[in-house]
Write a protein that binds this ligand. Sequence first.
Ligand SMILES: [Zn+2]
Length: 129
Amino acid sequence: MLKCYEVYDKNLDYGQTIVWAETSNKAKLEGQKDDIFDWCEYIDLRTKRRPKWDKYADTKHIPIQELLDECWWFGCAICSKEGLDQSRIEDGEAFIYDEKAEYYKFVRGNLICADCKKKLDERIEKFGE
Ligand SMILES: [Zn+2]
């Protein structure tokens, strides 16, 4: 069974991604395909095992709430506004939206900001689904 790894760059300049692979080196190769590492050298990539997410190896998608619980933040799936996290959700400034959407490859679900949620709600009210 494939194992879950977090892949990041040694200076934390580019961010991190999650991949499922057999070994740490294979995880780096897989992680390097992510757009965020376009300007990052393979030798600068690091991995961290994430055994709690091995169970998602089949679907390769972690429910977004589990990442939020670990202090991850995301950009708005609609306008790309950054810094949406659990505290923003608690303040009503961010919302979990459309469990099926896959804006981030390894995530099941998206976040949207309060402004986009408002526009979306208005559109649904006006035009229905
Ligand atoms: Zn937005």
